[in-house]
Write a protein that binds this ligand. Structure first.
Ligand code: FAD
Length: 299
């Protein structure tokens, strides 16, 4: 089974896609239509986020297992330390191994209910993602990735401390990082420079979300933890009441951002798809990242 890092180090730029676990049967139908649609373009890997609680976690595990067993895609499962004793984490990791999932994104997670609330580790659990990286690596031949924050994690006192903590995750055995949403190529490139300045050559993937609606822009602002740059707000503002024109402008913005990042030598672009394929397909096609129909790109 190919690993994420093998695909990222293939020497040619790739794209990857992220989904969240479906909530109901209709969600599941939409998700699988999107997975099949994107499968034709040969994404480097497909990741499924890990939910905050019981049933959503089961759906993550089930969906990732299905990607592993029913598609030709490289699956990556997210895993968090939230409310898990280490024994349970071992069980989930063992289950992933059993269904052929060899790639895990080890993230700490946020307090359930209030993401900004106080983080309290499970009494028999873990406190930081770094420990989860160590645990996953100790349990088998896994390729492990971690989260990275171009503007710094909201709980970090400053960018340097945040970067030190990110680099510790790589030193613990993570091989790549996926960046939270950001708005300007420089924001990501500065993160990459900070990591490189610490002598760390882990692969960093920018995370992008096609801005198809005003809501998606608001979501990106919320997730990034940064303000929408004035120039971008001014560019999109004229289309505020014209959804098709807004969508077209938003896709242009993300395509330009992707092109700039590719010109700066990133290994690939990771798309937060919100479980829809269409916008990601458009951006990927415009950037020349899709496989030719019926042909798989070399690993
Ligand atoms: P950590 O790396 O543990 O960092 C948390 C905070 O602690 C940071 O401020 C960091 O600087 C600090 N810190 C880290 N190590 C140390 C240390 N050794 N000593 C002191 N301080 C330290 N959430 C989900 O619930 N499910 C998902 O599937 C999911 N997927 C994600 C995917 C991506 C690409 C990203 C960017 C985020 C994702 N998240 C997900 C959100 C993530 O769980 C939260 O942002 C969480 O608050 C931080 O996770 P982390 O892995 O960065 O934590």
């Amino acid at each position: 089974m190919t690993t994420v890092i093998e695909r990222l180090r293939s020497g040619r730029p790739v794209f990857s896609v992220e989904f969240f676990p479906p909530r109901d049967t209709e969600d599941e139908r939409v998700l699988w239509a999107s997975i099949r649609d994107l499968e034709r373009l040969d994404p480097a890997f497909v990741s499924v986020t890990y939910g905050a609680g019981g049933s959503s976690r089961d759906r993550t595990i089930r969906t990732t297992g299905r990607v592993a067993t029913e598609t030709g895609l490289v699956p990556m499962a997210h895993l968090t330390a939230v409310q898990h004793p280490v024994a349970e984490l071992r069980h989930v990791i063992g289950w992933y191994a059993a269904v052929g999932v060899r790639n895990i994104l080890a993230v700490r997670g946020d307090p359930p209910g209030d993401p900004n609330g106080e983080w309290v580790a499970h009494p028999d659990g873990l406190t930081y993602a770094e420990e989860l990286v160590t645990l996953v690596r100790s349990l088998g031949d896994f390729c492990v990735g971690v989260a990275a924050f171009p503007y710094g994690h909201p709980r970090s006192p400053d960018l340097d401390t945040d970067t030190d903590h990110l680099v510790r995750k790589f030193r613990a055995g993570a091989e790549f990082g996926i960046a939270q949403l950001f708005f300007q190529a420089e924001d990501f490139l500065r993160l990459r420079d900070r990591v490189a300045a610490r002598g760390c050559d882990a692969v960093l993937l920018p995370g992008l979300m096609p801005f198809t609606t005003r809501r998606s822009v608001a979501k990106a602002v919320e997730l990034s933890g940064a303000r929408l740059p004035a120039a971008l707000a001014e560019r999109l503002e004229p289309y505020a009441d014209d959804p098709p024109a807004f969508r077209a402008a938003g896709i242009d913005v993300v395509t330009e951002l992707g092109a700039r990042l590719l010109a700066e030598g990133v290994a690939g672009l990771h798309f937060y798809t919100l479980n829809r394929a269409k916008a990601t397909k458009e951006v990927v096609a415009r950037l020349g990242l899709a496989a030719e129909p019926g042909r798989r790109r070399a690993a």
